[in-house]
Design a protein around this ligand. Structure first.
Ligand code: FAD
Length: 512
């Protein structure tokens, strides 16, 4: 028998679980399948930037994520050094207090690892009605004009089932089988460097500042490595590079050799670390040529893999999921046309390019001075990427003239269409669920216009001192904000025919 579902999500990592959560909360019938037995056991993507926390806030999980990682409130330190007690080459971040984003958001960033965030996403996705099946692998996928037929196989019983979905979200990771099956190529280097991941327990005393998130890039005379503490007390991740071009293989790094390296990295020659997990991965910088193929959308690492220098891979997986989720929900509810789904690639691919290129520039600065970064787009300010990013697509009515920039200054957000609606104390809780019209001081003409439209549009008057200048409005003006908190259009001044104008705008941005 064929099972019916509106959206099938393949892969329940950070991207897939976020997609399942956001879709289910938007009322979509969603099934997520994951070939592993459970959520990630490795802390991998530690850190939720402010945009991710904004999305989590709207999903009602930000407090749980913060509580799972007390380190967040203490700050972040990033150091390039020869070893933990060795020569400091650069202090990239002192304690995190240098990140003043108060003009853009009132929410704190998080520092939780993927191993603690994924169970939170899972619990809330299921609570919202998503079905999530572990040890279940997608083995075949046949898209047609009306939907997608997928074959699933249970990895214990071998039982096969067929699912018919309106759409598929491919969140099946960097080696995405779905991307390959659809013949979507990738651009960018596959194996920039090779890393081992070693999770170990030990008492490192004052070598690392417990309490804050203490990340080191180590340029030791014998190796280069990443080193970071985790949410579990006395647990660390040590990630040295290895070199296949010199004939090295992960299995050459025996327990004793890893212990010797950890001792050298920590400058604790007597240390007896208890190694709890080892693995290996390739650092790559790959961008899928297309993010959409008919009814299938690539999300997270399936769409792009970025070096971890910058901590943006997992965060952009959540951002991808948020973007595609509200668009699929709008199309499935009959509020939007198929053209809205094309804006997923138009909006997320340029972000992916910027993330990958900036992470490569970071990689050169922090770890690999010889890395060739010619031919890349320029490095952008990381805060601007996270909070000042810009969408250009038909789901946004951009204002002319366009200054051509990819980002804006987070200390002076402008409220222009295509950018995040600044998250002020007066606005943050109004956004993130539906279309919202924020009116500066007066809504007498806007409110009746909004009520006539036939799609849910919440209308609010804001009359504090910060709102109008931060959103670029005069008294009587209004800003139209999408369900993902991006400004779609604004009218800085009052206008004569608000109902006609709102109808025109929504018809355009929703591809109706
Ligand atoms: C060491 C390391 C450190 C990192 N640090 C950071 C960081 O600090 N900040 C950050 O933002 N990012 C970081 N990242 C990146 C981050 O981990 C990834 O970008 C993130 O996991 C991507 O999420 P995803 O859901 O797209 O893919 P994944 O988390 O890889 O999930 C894909 C899932 O799909 C499943 N799957 C694959 N094929 C199938 C199939 N056919 N059927 C069913 N299931 C399938 C897989 O089992 C997997 O669970 C780091 C990565 C690494 C390796």
């Amino acid at each position: 028998m064929t099972e019916r579902v509106q959206v099938l999500v393949a892969g329940a990592g950070l991207g897939g679980l976020s997609a399942a959560l956001f879709l289910a909360q938007a009322g979509v019938d969603v099934l997520a399948v994951e070939r592993h037995a459970g959520t990630s056991i490795h802390p991998r993507a530690a850190g939720q930037n402010w945009r991710t926390m904004e999305l989590f806030h709207w999903a009602g999980i930000d407090r749980e994520v913060l509580a799972a990682s007390p380190r967040a409130s203490q700050g972040l330190r990033i150091t390039v050094a020869t070893s933990l007690a060795g020569r400091v080459l650069h202090r990239l971040v002192q304690d995190g207090s240098e990140f003043d984003v108060s003009a853009s958001t009132t929410l704190p960033a998080g520092m939780a690892g993927q191993d603690v965030v994924e169970p939170i996403l899972l619990a809330h996705a299921e609570k919202a009605g998503a079905r999530v099946r572990f040890r279940t692998e997608l083995t075949d996928l046949v898209p047609d004009d009306d939907g997608v037929t997928a074959t699933l196989r249970h990895r214990d019983s071998g039982e096969e089932t067929v699912v018919r979905a309106d759409y598929v979200v491919a969140a099946d990771g960097g080696r995405s089988g779905i991307r390959q099956r659809l013949g979507i190529g990738t651009t960018g280097p596959d194996a920039l460097s090779h890393c081992l991941g070693v999770v170990f327990d030990a008492d490192l005393g004052d070598r690392v500042q417990a309490g804050l998130s203490d990340l080191f890039y180590l340029r030791h005379p014998d190796f280069t490595a990443g080193f970071v503490n985790t949410d579990v007390p006395d647990r660390y991740v040590f990630a040295p590079d290895y070199h296949p071009e010199r004939g090295e293989r992960p299995e050459d790094f025996t327990h004793d050799r890893l212990v010797a390296m950890i001792r050298a990295a920590t400058d604790l020659p007597e240390l007896a670390p208890r190694i709890v997990w080892t693995g290996s991965w390739e650092v790559a910088a790959r961008l899928a040529d297309r993010f959409r193929a008919g009814r299938v959308f690539l999300v997270g690492d399936a769409a792009k893999v970025t070096p971890p220098t910058g901590g943006m891979g997992g965060n952009t997986a959540v951002g991808d999921a948020a973007d595609i989720a509200w668009k699929l929900a709008a199309v499935l509810r009959g509020e939007a046309g198929d053209g809205l789904l094309d804006t997923y690639e138009a909006e997320r691919k340029p972000i992916a390019r910027m993330v990958v290129d900036t992470s490569l520039h970071n990689m050169k600065q922090r770890m690999h001075p010889d890395l060739d970064v010619s031919g890349l787009t320029r490095a952008e300010d990381q805060l601007a990427i996270l909070l000042g990013f810009r969408y250009r697509s038909t789901a946004v009515l951009s204002e002319e003239p366009d200054d051509g920039e990819r980002v804006e200054d987070v200390h002076a957000p402008t409220g222009r269409p295509g950018f995040r609606a600044p998250g002020l104390a007066s606005t943050v809780d109004l956004l993130g669920h539906s279309w919202v019209l924020l009116c500066a001081g007066d809504d007498t003409r806007w409110r009746p216009a909004a009520a006539e439209l036939g799609i849910p549009l919440d209308c609010h008057v804001i009359d504090d001192d910060v709102f109008a200048p931060r959103y670029g409005l005069s008294a009587g003006g209004a800003s139209l904000v999408r369900p993902d908190g991006i400004v779609a259009w604004r009218s800085p001044e009052p206008i004569a025919d608000p109902a006609g104008e709102l109808r025109r705008v929504l018809t355009a941005v929703l591809s109706r």
